[in-house]
Write a protein that binds this ligand. Structure first.
Ligand code: ASP
Length: 327
C-alpha cells in the first residue's frame, strides 16, 4: 500500500490534494500576517518615538504589514516595558526601549517587574544618541562655564526637566549634577517630547537629553545648547562644542535606542525583524533622516541581536554602581 509519505507530487495532486495541503510544512515566511504593535515607552514627539517611527516606517514596507506605534507612558518608561515583557511572544508586540528602560532602570527600581536581559529577546540596536546640555533660550548663562557657575550658585532655584526616574534625561542630568555636586529641582514629564515643549515655552530651565528632537529646535533658535557630551562634535550641530572643549570633560554621556521582543519569541521571527530593521538602517532616506537628527547609525556588527544582548549587559554593569547609591 502506498503511504502518504511516498506519494509523488503528481499523485498527490490527483488523489489526496486536500490532505497534502494540510500536511504541508508551516512556512516561516507566514510571519507577519497582521499588523505589529510597537510600544514606545514615552510620549509622542520625543527621541524614542521619533527613532521608532522612522525605522518602523521602513520596516513595514519590508514586512508587508503595518507597524502601529503605541505610546505607553509612565514611570520613566518602565510601565510600558513591563507591559511589553508580559505581552504574547508571537512577534506582534514589540518595544523600542533605550538605555533607561533596558539598563538604568535596574539599579533605580528595586521592584522592577521585568529584567532587561531575562525577559526580552534583543532584536536590533537602532541608533546611538549623544546627550546634550540644553536650556531655554533666555536662561542667563551664555556658555557651559557660565552654566556651571550659575547652576552651582542657584541650585535651589533652577530646575531640570526629564522623562521620569530612570529615563535617559533623568540619569544623564543626575550624572551632571553629581559632577557639579548640586541637587536642583527636577520636573518629570511623560517623555522629552513634552519636556522639550516646556523648554521651548520657557516653563523649565534646562534638560540633558538625546540629540534626536533637539537638533531642529537648536537650529531654529528656540532653545540653546551648551555642549554635547561626546568626545567629538556631531555633524548635525557643528557649532555646538563638546563638553571637553567647553570646560567639563568629565561629563560624557551617550544613549541608544533599540528594539526588543518578549522572551521566547521564535528565532525565525527575531531574525526576520532584525533583517527588516537592518535593511531600514541601510535605506538612504532613513539614514539621511536619522543623521540629520544627530543619531549615530549602528554598524552591521552592532546591529545583531547578540551585539544588543552584550550592550544591555554592559550598560547594566556600567550604570548600576553609578546609580545604586542614589536609591
Ligand atoms: N529621551 C527620553 C528620555 O529621557 C525619552 C523620550 O524619548 O521621550 O529617556
Amino acid at each position: 500500500m502506498t503511504s502518504i509519505r511516498t506519494l509523488t507530487s503528481g499523485a498527490c495532486a490527483v488523489a489526496l490534494a486536500s490532505l497534502c495541503i494540510f500536511t504541508a510544512p508551516a512556512k516561516a515566511q507566514t510571519y507577519p500576517t497582521r499588523s505589529i504593535t510597537m510600544i514606545v515607552p514615552f510620549a509622542a514627539g520625543g527621541p524614542t518615538d521619533v527613532v521608532a517611527r522612522i525605522v518602523t516606517g521602513h520596516m513595514a514596507q519590508t514586512l508587508g504589514q503595518s507597524v502601529i506605534i503605541e505610546n505607553v507612558v509612565g514611570a520613566g518608561g518602565t510601565t510600558a516595558t513591563t507591559r511589553a515583557a508580559r505581552a504574547a511572544n508571537d512577534g506582534y508586540t514589540l518595544i523600542t526601549g533605550h538605555m533607561g528602560t533596558h539598563a538604568a532602570s535596574v539599579p533605580l527600581y528595586p521592584k522592577l517587574a521585568y529584567h532587561p536581559e531575562k525577559d526580552f529577546e534583543p532584536i536590533a540596536l537602532l541608533a546611538g544618541t549623544p546627550i546634550l546640555i540644553l536650556a531655554r533660550k533666555d536662561f542667563p548663562p551664555k556658555d557651559l562655564n557660565e552654566f556651571v557657575t550659575y547652576v552651582k550658585a542657584n541650585a535651589e532655584k533652577v530646575n531640570a526637566a526629564h522623562a521620569g526616574v530612570g529615563s535617559v534625561s533623568h540619569v544623564s542630568c543626575e550624572l551632571l549634577h553629581s559632577i557639579l555636586d548640586v541637587k536642583p529641582v527636577s520636573v518629570p514629564f511623560s517623555g522629552t517630547g513634552p519636556a522639550m515643549n516646556a523648554l521651548v515655552g520657557g516653563q523649565v530651565d534646562y534638560m540633558c537629553d538625546q540629540i534626536v528632537n533637539a537638533v531642529p529646535q537648536i537650529n531654529a533658535g528656540t532653545i540653546k545648547a551648551y555642549a554635547i557630551a561626546t568626545p567629538q562634535r556631531n555633524p548635525s550641530l557643528p557649532n555646538v562644542p563638546t563638553t571637553a572643549e567647553a570646560g567639563l570633560p568629565k561629563f560624557q554621556a551617550q544613549a541608544w535606542n533599540a528594539m526588543f521582543a518578549p522572551k521566547g519569541t521564535s528565532a525565525a521571527i527575531v531574525a526576520s525583524l532584525n533583517a527588516a530593521a537592518s535593511k531600514a538602517l541601510d535605506d538612504e532616506t532613513v539614514k539621511k533622516r536619522l543623521l540629520e537628527l544627530g543619531s549615530v547609525i549602528p554598524t552591521a556588527a552592532e546591529r545583531t541581536p547578540e551585539a544588543l544582548a552584550t550592550l544591555v549587559k554592559n550598560e547594566i554593569a556600567k550604570w548600576t554602581p553609578v546609580l545604586k547609591p542614589a536609591t
